[in-house]
Design a protein around this ligand. Sequence first.
Ligand SMILES: CC(C)(COP(=O)(O)OP(=O)(O)OC[C@H]1O[C@@H](n2cnc3c(N)ncnc32)[C@H](O)[C@@H]1OP(=O)(O)O)[C@@H](O)C(=O)NCCC(=O)NCCS
Length: 261
Amino acid sequence: MALSVAPTDLKNILPLRKLFLQENNFQIRYDACHTRGWTDSYALMYNEEMVGYGSVKGKENINDRDTVFEFYLIPSFRNQTSLYFEGLLFSSSAAYIECQSNDLLLTHLLYQYGKNIDSDVVLFEEGVTSSLVIDEAVFRRRNEKDIVFEHKAEPVGDYILEFNKEVVATGGFLLHYNMPFADLYMEVREDYRRKGLGSFLIQEIKKQCYLAGRVPAARTSIDNAASRATLTKAGLRIAGFMLVGCVRNSKPPDEFSAQST
Ligand SMILES: CC(C)(COP(=O)(O)OP(=O)(O)OC[C@H]1O[C@@H](n2cnc3c(N)ncnc32)[C@H](O)[C@@H]1OP(=O)(O)O)[C@@H](O)C(=O)NCCC(=O)NCCS
């Protein structure tokens, strides 16, 4: 048998990436990195057949390409997972592995080949439908005439909450994720926080997200207790965590032909 790992073009991994996305049916945080040209792609070969792929991006800088963040092997070849992953680490000279804990294959490899594993981001997925009501608040799409308060954390969203005829919260959803997922965000004016507006806004944005043909998802910093509580109150639930670790060592695997870039 001849196992090998070699750099390849993004277009060559796309058929297998469809299988990756089918297996991992949730929001992929770094999905857009591929099409934005921020990744290096590697083919995992068995003789002349591509049986998997690996993707590498920059951890801090898009040009560094030092972090394995996607890895897929068709199930029939997963008895060789360790060998292929060692080949990918060696070929790419990656120093880090970054993955979503809900991506079980790469999480398993992170713990097998990584050290100093840490997390700073929580991932949310749709959970239940909430029925929060705030009679005085008007939810609607933002228009050009709206006077919006200064935002300190998030972009001004396409949707607003009006309270006493003032815009007191905005939010929206970002579409540059794997279909059918979208990423929710929100900001409430400081003097209107902790009155139930943030969670009501997210509940209403979830409806708009579905109407746009997308499934709501969200990400937030582990330190952002307010955001975590707000997303949960609006019916989202924790789907996983972003995990990142350093590669312990990367030596050429036995029985392997690994070409570096
Ligand atoms: C996150 C944010 C939108 C919450 O808005 P809000 O109007 O205060 O939220 P709500 O009043 O609907 O509160 C929802 C839940 O969060 C809890 N919560 C709100 N602020 C909190 C805080 N600072 N610490 C802990 N819990 C908090 C509330 O108690 C409530 O839970 P409960 O009903 O079970 O008690 C607001 O703090 C904000 O704009 N922050 C800056 C922007 C930001 O971080 N956006 C999220 C990025 S993903």
